[in-house]
Design a protein around this ligand. Structure first.
Ligand SMILES: C[S@@+](CC[C@H](N)C(=O)[O-])C[C@H]1O[C@@H](n2cnc3c(N)ncnc32)[C@H](O)[C@@H]1O
Length: 326
């Protein structure tokens, strides 16, 4: 049976394996294989593999002695890894429990299995979970070398955005001022600070802010991170004209916060603006909203328009990197 693998020339194998391991993406249970001069590294989540890698289905051998959930179930279940937790998305409770039992019984290193029990909801963008195995919804997840502790029952977090976050992180320069308006547990702020940026993260969810502080400590960047609990519109007054970079990851309503973003922006500021729009006009609404808020005080250049992931049939989660120059 084919499993998703990153395919690279053999001589790039170790470097690639390390990069995937840092992102917690190397698949358990299957062997890394060499065939015709190319190396196949099994991955746990093909959609999270950074752009530029060649992801293919490959018949990688099951690691000797490993029992995988599919061996016990007789079918391949779909699941996501978040640290030592496994997340599934099953409507049928019986099937969900059967999959959870098989995951626990398998050789996967797992502390618990959670099933999605609601959509993401409310201002804090948190969902309900059914705990099908284990006792906790709290986990330590690793992403590109940073560790994030979080409680899925209390805060928003999606491992599927790892590649996109990394794309943004790679643009950050030491010494810059970065403001994350909807910071969550810090998946932008912490790696920004690791690159030497001075960061401010705000969130209306007090539990997320507590985790952001813990995660800044855990990753050794607390001296460059200010975490503020509150509505960003009320906090922004203290940081007018401060930011060289702003992250706005609140896709359904970011447009309502653009006046605040413009108030935060310094003379030359890049805004990473996340949106959910139909495929018929993925970027137009965001670009028009940014221009309406920033022009003519700023000259606006949209430097990147990118589809991050599919959200629903005919709709994508997209990002615009917009540069504002006064
Ligand atoms: C989609 S999550 C993004 C979290 C984080 N940036 C990430 O990528 O994991 C949006 C976050 O915005 C926060 N939020 C919603 N409205 C807010 C507001 N008015 N001011 C500050 N934070 C807000 C929510 O609590 C939530 O943690």
């Amino acid at each position: 049976m084919g499993v998703p693998c990153v395919r690279v020339p053999r001589e790039e194998g170790e470097r690639t394996r390390q990069r995937l391991a840092e992102a917690d993406l190397v698949g358990d249970g299957y062997d890394i294989t060499v065939e015709e001069g190319r190396l196949y590294v099994p991955v746990s989540d093909a959609s999270a593999v950074p752009d530029g890698f060649d992801v293919v289905e490959f018949d990688a051998p099951v690691r000797e002695g490993q029992t995988m959930p599919a061996d016990l179930l007789g079918f391949e279940p779909s699941y996501e890894r978040l640290g030592e937790l496994v997340i599934i998305d099953e409507d049928d409770p019986e099937r969900a429990q059967q999959i959870a039992d098989a995951i626990v019984e398998s050789d996967l290193p797992v502390e618990g299995v959670l099933n999605r029990a609601s959509k993401i909801k409310g201002t804090e963008r948190v969902r309900d979970w059914d705990v099908l195995a284990g006792k906790t919804t709290t986990v330590v997840h690793r992403e590109y070398g940073c560790a994030f502790e979080l409680d899925l029952a209390e805060v928003y977090f999606s491992p599927r955005l790892a590649t996109e976050r990394h794309r943004v992180v790679e643009q950050v320069e030491a010494g810059e001022h970065a403001f994350d308006m909807f910071a969550g547990v810090g998946p932008f702020v912490v790696p920004f600070a690791e690159r030497g940026a001075t960061c401010v993260g705000t969130d209306i969810n007090g539990v997320a802010i507590e985790y952001l502080r813990k995660n800044a400590e855990r990753n050794g960047v607390a001296d460059r991170v200010t975490a503020i609990h509150g509505d960003v519109r009320e906090v922004a007054g203290d940081y007018e004209g401060w930011a060289d970079r702003i992250v706005m990851n609140l896709p359904h309503s970011a447009d309502e916060f653009l006046d605040t973003a413009v108030a935060l922006a310094g003379d030359d500021c890049t805004i990473h603006y996340y949106d959910i729009q139909p495929d018929t006009d993925s970027f137009g609404p965001g670009e028009r909203a940014i221009r309406a808020a920033a022009e003519p005080t700023y000259e606006v250049t949209v430097e990147t328009r990118r589809r991050v992931r599919s959200y629903a049939p005919g709709e994508h989660n997209v990002v615009l990197d917009a540069r504002l120059r006064r």
